[in-house]
Design a protein around this ligand. Structure first.
Ligand code: SF4
Length: 227
């Protein structure tokens, strides 16, 4: 998939709203996956302000914190103009989708089965021309170079690429967004409960994900199975 013919001249200071507005005109069928972290909640609000009224797709791995599912439910109530889709709804740790404790022995395989495959299958069915994504450069060294418009298996639009955590927090406060309460306990990036710990002072925002496992990405945005 290639990027649209004419990309405006964006700069690091370009307002994310302008990037989203352009994205909606260039890729009207774009789709928005989300795990409802701080970045995701901010992007969702900006997208609605820009006129997005499509799907927000969440994958239930069966290992989400109750606070994450409650955050999703608060967003569903707040944005009736959006269609929230939960893939693998009702998954739970003993549902047989993966071997017990696979998240300990082989987290890549667990993420592939419980997170990447359900979303890949949905995207094969929907065939969106682009994905709206909430990653920002500051989140991790592996994300330090992401552009607003990212070519790849699918075009990814990353309107928050240049926003700092301070900007995201300020936006969330200003607009009274329903941020996952775990965020305020140091869970700056919240994934599944067996694979997430609070971030310590001075660490990357994503340092609490798969800590000690030598793994930094779930596979949705990096690696062979990336979206
Ligand atoms: S984050 Fe952990 S529990 Fe969740 S899918 Fe990946 S390995 Fe499995």
């Amino acid at each position: 998939m290639t990027v649209a013919n004419s990309i405006p001249t964006f700069s690091p200071d370009t307002d994310p709203l302008d990037v989203i507005r352009w994205a909606l005109s260039a890729y009207p069928d774009l789709l928005m996956p989300s795990a409802f972290n701080l970045n995701g909640v901010v992007l969702l609000d900006l997208a609605v302000r820009a006129g997005y009224a499509g799907e927000v797709v969440f994958v239930d791995t069966g290992f989400h914190f109750p606070e994450t599912l409650a955050t999703r439910d608060r967003l569903v109530a707040r944005y009736p103009e959006l269609t929230f889709v939960t893939l693998n709804a009702g998954a739970h740790p003993d549902d047989g989708q993966t071997m017990p404790e696979l998240h300990q022995s082989d987290p890549d395989a667990c993420c592939a089965a419980r997170k990447v495959q359900p979303l890949q299958a949905y995207l094969r069915q929907k065939q969106p021309s682009a994905l709206l994504n909430a990653r920002s450069r500051e989140q991790a060294s592996t994300r330090a170079d992401i552009p607003f418009v990212e070519e790849g298996v699918r075009v990814k639009l990353n309107p928050l690429a240049h926003w700092t955590r301070e900007q995201l927090e300020a936006y969330a406060t200003e607009h009274d967004l329903p941020v996952n309460p775990l965020y305020f306990d140091g869970f700056i990036s919240v994934g599944c409960w067996p694979c997430t710990r609070a971030v310590r002072p001075g660490e990357d925002a994503r340092a609490g994900r798969w800590a000690g496992k030598g793994k930094t990405e779930c596979g949705l945005w990096a690696g062979e199975g990336r979206l």
